[in-house]
Ligand binder design. Structure first.
Ligand code: NCN
Ligand code: DMD
Length: 344
C-alpha cells in the first residue's frame, strides 16, 4: 500500500514579512547581520510568531541502516562499522552525541535496518526496525513497496514521538556504511542529472573506487528507467528503510509546523525526495551545513538553499546540522532581545 502523502502548506508569508520589517528596524545598519537575518525571518515564519522564540527546543534523531550495495566496493569502510557505531551512539561517544550534549539537544538513535542483531541495547533503539539491510540497488529494487510503506509508517511514528516530546526544531541524522550511494542516486533521480555529477567519495574512497561507485549509481538509474520520475518508486527502487523513514519524519514534522535543520548528503537527498512527494516541504527546511559531497552541493543549489556552515565536514550523523544550531539560536535571540533603532 502506497501511503497517501498530501502537499505541505509552507510557513505563513504574512509572519515572514512582519519579521522582515522587525529585523530591518533593529538597532543596526540594514542587512548588517547577514545570513542571521534571513534565518530569523525563516524561524519566525515557521514558528508563526514575531519575534521568533529563542527557545528552539531542538531534538535530533539518527536513523541507522545497512545497505546491500555496501558489499560492492563503494565505501572505504566495511559494513561492520554500522552496528559498532550504533553502540557508540548508545554509549554517547559518537561525534553527533558529543555535539548534541554540547548544545543540550536530546538525541535518539534508531535502528531501522541494521543487519546485525543489536541485542543488549535499550529497547527504543530497535523499536522501529523494518528489516535488515536493503537489497543492492544496482541489481534489484532496494525494498518492496510494502517494506517502503512499513518504513514510512515507522518514520511517522518516530516523528510523532519527537513531537510529543516537545520538539520545536528537528535534525534528522543518518548512519550506515554505503548510504552515500543511494543518497546520491536519489539526488540524481530527483534533479534529473547524471551519476557523474552526484557521486562523491563518501567515507573517503580513492579514484578507482569513485569511478566504480559512479558506474554502480549509473547502473541503478539505468535499471529503473522512467520509474525515476515517480518519487515513491524512487524510494522503493533506490532507497532503504532508514532513508524512507527519514522522508516520513521530515514530512510529518513540517506538517505539524516543526522546522527541520538539514545535515549533509543523506539528509538533503531525503529532503529533496520529500519535496517531490509533498511539495512545500523544503520551505520548512534550512541547510545546516555544506558537505564536501558534490550531490549535496548540487541539490542545495538547484533548490536555492544556502548552507549556514562550511567546515568541510562529511560525517553525517546530523553532525553538520548540530554545529549550526548556535547560529539559529543567535538569530532568534537577536530578533527578540535587540532594541529598535527608533526607540533609542
Ligand atoms: O552526510 C554526508 O554528507 C556524508 C558524507 C560522507 C559520509 N557520510 C557518512 O558515512 C557513511 C556513508 O559513507 P559511504 O562511503 O560508506 O557511503 C554513512 O554512515 C554516512 O553517515 C556522510
Ligand atoms: C567510523 C565511522 C563513523 C561514522 N559515522 C557516520 N558515518 C560513519 C562512518 C565511519 C567509518
Amino acid at each position: 500500500m502506497i501511503p497517501t502523502i498530501e502537499p505541505v502548506t509552507p510557513p505563513d508569508p504574512a509572519v515572514a514579512s512582519h519579521a522582515r520589517e522587525r529585523i530591518d528596524a533593529l538597532a543596526k545598519p540594514t542587512g548588517s547581520l547577514g545570513r542571521l537575518e534571513e534565518l530569523a525571518v525563516w524561524l519566525s515564519s515557521c514558528q508563526g510568531s514575531c519575534p521568533a522564540d529563542p527557545d528552539l527546543r531542538p531534538r535530533a534523531v539518527v536513523l541507522a541502516g545497512d545497505h546491500g550495495v555496501a558489499d560492492q566496493g563503494v565505501s572505504a569502510y566495511p559494513r561492520e562499522v554500522t552496528p559498532a557505531m550504533v553502540r557508540a551512539f548508545v554509549a554517547g561517544t559518537a561525534a553527533a552525541t558529543v555535539l548534541a550534549e554540547q548544545h543540550d539537544i536530546p538525541l535518539q538513535i534508531y535502528d531501522l535496518a541494521v543487519d546485525d542483531e543489536l541485542s543488549g541495547l535499550p529497547e527504543e533503539v530497535g523499536r522501529h526496525k523494518v528489516r535488515r539491510s536493503s537489497r543492492p540497488l544496482n541489481v534489484e529494487d532496494a525494498l518492496t513497496s510494502d517494506e517502503a510503506a512499513t518504513a514510512y509508517a515507522a518514520g511517522v511514528a518516530i516523528a510523532e514521538e519527537q513531537l510529543a516530546a516537545g520538539a520545536g526544531l528537528l535534525i534528522v541524522g543518518d548512519l550506515g556504511i554505503g548510504n552515500t550511494t543511494p543518497a546520491a542516486a536519489l539526488i540524481a533521480a530527483s534533479l534529473g542529472v547524471s551519476a557523474a555529477e552526484v557521486t562523491g567519495r563518501g567515507t573517503g574512497i580513492a579514484d578507482e573506487a569513485l569511478h566504480h561507485k559512479t558506474m554502480i549509481i549509473d547502473q541503478a538509474l539505468q535499471r529503473i528507467g522512467d520509474r525515476a520520475a515517480d518519487p515513491w518508486q524512487r524510494l522503493v527502487a533506490l532507497g532503504s528503510a532508514d532513508l524512507v523513514a527519514a522522508v516520513a519524519i521530515m514530512i510529518t514534522a513540517a506538517r505539524a509546523g516543526v522546522p527541520i535543520l538539514l545535515d549533509g548528503l543523506i539528509a538533503v537527498a531525503e529532503a529533496v525526495t520529500a519535496e517531490d512527494l509533498a511539495p512545500g516541504l523544503l520551505a520548512w527546511c534550512a541547510a545546516g551545513h555544506r558537505s564536501t559531497e558534490p550531490g549535496q552541493r548540487l541539490a542545495l543549489e538547484k533548490h536555492d538553499m544556502r548552507p549556514l556552515v562550511d567546515a568541510e565536514m562529511r560525517l553525517g550523523e546530523g553532525s553538520g546540522a548540530l554545529v549550526a544550531v548556535p547560529l539559529l539560536r543567535s538569530a532568534a535571540l537577536l530578533m527578540s532581545r535587540m532594541s529598535l533603532l527608533a526607540d533609542l
